[in-house]
Design a protein around this ligand. Structure first.
Ligand code: ZN
Length: 605
């Protein structure tokens, strides 16, 4: 690397109480006509325009000690007046977004994604970047005990101190924004999988966290995923100095799980050598707790870990052509999110099973839940999976009260398509091939050499040919019907044909009659949250947002009281409902429905 053309950044959480970060950026050779600086409009992996630039509070530029004019030219960009010589830009960023997508700073920690804090010098996107991370002022926090946690590698020939505050290196801007950073006093542990280094980092107060149990479980999940993609390169004899193959070793020294723990948080975002996660306190095991205790919530956490780690291969390396490279200034449309989020959603829980973290019965329950979820909404009969992927930006990420009637999830139905393809391939090849072969072919063809030579993504129409090449199975008709069309994946038939010894049936989730609407509480009011198209509430004229007051003259005080009242009736009975809409009392006559057979059950023969 030639240090002299590197863009330098120096980041300081200078005002933790005010949630402010300061960044000093130096561009050695600014564009002559006036350097344009910009922040991404979105963060890869989360398909919504977020306009991170709105959190930039102040921005100043200097060249040879002279102040340079800086003008905002669109929602995300600034233009500096022309200058010759190195351009230094100093700006402050407000960081109070507690999510995996943004930046969050207070007296206890600092977390940020590069998309929130690092301006890009337009036209210099491929220049190397040097980043200096500085601690907050000692007066603002107990700074001397803060440490840095990130997958970003140290600058060449630079030895980082134990605290991690020092110089880091990224080969280009895309790499710089793909390694989130945590600073503070988290609980952490390091471990190796096939000789490849990993680190788990938990921020937040978690009394008696059973870290060794988590390390053991996460390591087994990581090993199962490495064995899926690179079965020959995973050896017990690998060491940290000679590790087996792991995709993140191309861009980092170790893989880092950055976990923010809150009361009821949930979410994750994938990066090339790390992931940012949010999870609830109750999802984590504590010391002395029986192995079986709180299993469901812990399974959810492990499923999230598994999901984001899988993305290290699938979406960070194997990508749709539309993401190679990303356009960070606008939406990047692709009809393939069902492959990237759907297949990942299929494999996340499957990897818990393969790594022995959950039993087959647990796995079947998780799968049945996904099947029930997909079938709950009639939006699946209107929007195809390919269209759901394409419209992620404006529909999946902007869901309203009508979502279940209007759209289908490329995560959940995508997982069912993956299961259906897996069953189809296994049946047609007498179990000699499976979806694993498709994953391995995509990895070898598109992912493995992504950082060597010209990155290539998967073309929009390429999946049938890839499946055929990997397995010999013609899935064109399957994809035409269940991905490009709106048909339900016929899982009961596919299970019967592939004969894995598992049967699918449907049962009612309850016995009492129903309104065919979802209810939620708000300000002590029982509100209709969503009304099922064609159901009892819809036919009666009720609407999402209506506040339920009384059923046949008896007060509805909350969701439970509604359930108790309904239990006295039978399907087909007509009831009178009093509701408030826009503060006006209205009366509706509703004919109660029989509960639908909406709960999927998967059973072993
Ligand atoms: Zn995902």
């Amino acid at each position: 690397m030639n240090d002299s053309n590197a863009i330098r950044y120096r980041l300081t959480p200078f005002d933790p109480a005010g949630h402010r970060l300061q960044v000093q950026m130096t561009i050695p050779a600014p564009v002559r006509q006036g350097q344009i600086l910009r922040l991404p409009a979105w963060i890869p992996g989360s398909y919504l325009l977020r306009d991170f630039a709105r959190h930039v509070l102040t921005i100043d530029a200097r060249c040879k000690r002279r102040k340079i004019d800086v003008q905002k030219i669109d929602s995300h960009s600034w233009r500096c007046a022309p200058c010759t010589g190195a351009l230094t830009v100093i700006y402050t960023v407000y960081a109070w977004d507690l999510s995996v997508r943004g930046a969050h700073v207070d007296q206890s920690h600092a977390f940020f994604n590069g998309t929130s804090v690092f301006l890009q010098a337009q036209g210099q996107e491929i220049a190397p970047c040097l980043l200096t991370l500085e601690p907050p002022p000692a007066s603002a926090v107990k700074a001397q005990s803060w440490k840095v946690y990130t997958s970003l590698p140290p600058a060449p020939r630079h030895k980082l101190p134990a605290s991690g505050f020092g110089r880091y290196f990224a080969p280009d801007y895309d790499a710089l924004i793909d390694h989130p950073v945590e600073m503070g006093t988290p609980i952490s542990a390091r471990f190796t999988v096939n000789g490849a280094a990993h680190e788990l980092v938990f921020t937040g107060q978690i009394p008696n966290l059973d870290l060794s149990r988590i390390v053991q479980d996460v390591a087994r999940i990581c090993a199962a995923q490495m064995a899926l993609f690179e079965p020959d390169a995973c050896t017990e004899s690998a060491t940290e100095s000679a590790p087996g193959f792991a995709p993140f070793l191309d861009s980092a020294r170790r893989y880092v799980f950055l976990v923010m723990v809150t009361e009821d948080g949930y979410g994750g975002l994938e990066h090339r050598a790390s992931t940012a996660l949010m999870t609830s306190r109750r999802s984590l095991p504590t010391l002395g707790q029986a192995k079986s205790a709180a299993l469901a919530d812990y399974q959810t956490f492990l499923g999230l870990v598994s999901h984001e780690y899988f993305h290290t291969w699938h979406v960070k390396r194997i990508k749709p052509a539309a993401f190679a490279p990303y356009n960070l200034q606008r939406e990047n449309h692709t009809r393939l999110l069902w492959v990237f989020e759907g297949f990942t959603s299929y494999y996340d829980d499957l990897m818990l099973l393969r790594s022995g973290r959950i039993t087959l019965d647990d796995y079947l329950k998780l799968l049945a839940k996904t099947i029930s979820q997909v079938h709950a909404g009639c939006g699946r009969l209107k929007q195809s999976l390919a269209d759901s992927s394409f419209d992620a930006w404006t529909r999946f990420y902007k869901q309203d009260e009508n979502a279940a009637n209007a759209i289908v999830s490329y995560y959940a139905k995508g997982a069912l398509v993956a299961l259906g393809l897996d069953l189809l391939i296994r049946q047609q090849t007498q179990n000699r091939r499976s979806l694993d072969d498709v994953m391995r072919l995509m990895w070898q063809r598109f992912g493995k050499n992504f950082y060597r030579g010209r990155p290539q993504g998967i073309a929009e129409e390429a999946m049938p040919a890839l499946i055929l090449a990997a397995t010999g199975v013609d899935a064109a008709d399957f994809i035409a019907r269940y991905v490009d069309g709106c048909e339900d994946v016929p899982l009961a038939d596919l299970l019967a044909a592939a004969n894995p010894g598992i049967k699918l049936r449907w049962q009612a989730a309850q016995s009492a009659p129903v309104l065919d609407a979802r209810v939620r509480m708000q300000n002590n009011q029982t509100l209709l949250a969503a009304v099922q198209e064609g159901g009892a509430a819809h036919r009666a004229g009720l609407s999402a947002g209506d506040a339920l007051v009384a059923l046949d003259g008896l007060r509805i005080s909350d969701e439970d009281s509604l359930k108790r009242l309904l239990a006295a009736y039978q399907a087909g009975d007509a009831v009178t409902l009093h509701v408030l809409r826009r503060d006006e009392l209205r009366t509706f006559t509703l004919t109660l429905s029989a509960p639908a057979l909406s709960a999927c059950v998967l059973e072993r023969d």
